[in-house]
Design a protein around this ligand. Structure first.
Ligand code: 5GP
Length: 191
């Protein structure tokens, strides 16, 4: 990585696309050094989520103040559930300092903003093999209410419509295969 240009990598994928596992694996063993940018959010932490590790958990007032101060690269209200999410510019700086590439796992609205700011960003859309598979994964997770599942599925439909705005689309049909494809994309950009 030393001496190689800094890059921003964006990975988006609807709920149920298998994103979380892929993100963890890539951070551990991608072909280039990826530094995960920790997002800020106003949603409450889930069990097992730690501040500054999973997210920076902010009050709505703190979030608004930091947005007004220009600290975010992008912000979005995800799922329309009243919770805000945003990428802090300071996290991209941290990735740069650590000689890695900034790795953003954000939703489509946020990704479109990042594309404006960083046209060279390596943008990857992770697709579920099918809507049916996606619904199955959401239901197997069993953490969400029916209403939330329906809302997430609606968002899946909306996000798939914007998938062609990304430079790459990877279908998560089989974990190793999807990781292999993403690694190949990253390697290509590191040359
Ligand atoms: P969750 O609440 O399940 O952790 O995340 C919900 C959604 O928020 C996911 O689709 C995730 O990609 C998105 N998200 C997480 N952080 C950010 C961010 O900083 N900006 C945007 N636009 N979306 C984010």
């Amino acid at each position: 990585m030393q001496g190689r240009p800094f890059r921003v990598v964006v990975l988006s994928g609807p709920s149920g696309s298998g994103k979380t596992t892929i993100v963890e694996r890539l951070i551990r063993q991608a072909s280039v050094k990826l530094v995960k940018c920790v997002s800020a959010t106003t949603r409450p932490p889930r069990v097992g989520e730690a501040h500054a590790d999973s997210y920076y958990f902010l009050t709505p007032e703190d979030f608004a103040a930091r947005r007004n101060a220009g600290e975010f690269l992008e912000t979005a209200e995800v799922f329309g559930a009243g919770y805000w999410y945003g990428t802090l510019k300071s996290e991209l700086e941290r990735a740069r300092r650590e000689n890695g590439w900034a790795f953003l796992e954000i939703d489509v609205q946020g990704a479109l903003r990042v594309m404006e700011e960083y046209p060279d960003a390596v943008t990857i859309f992770l697709e579920p093999p099918s809507i049916e598979e996606c619904e199955k994964r959401l239901r197997t997770r069993a953490t969400d209410s029916e209403e939330t599942i329906q809302r997430r599925l609606k968002k899946v439909h909306d996000e798939l419509k914007l998938a062609d705005r990304y430079k790459y689309r990877v279908v998560n049909d089989e974990l190793e295969h999807a990781i292999g494809q993403i690694n190949a994309i990253l390697t290509e950009h590191s040359k």
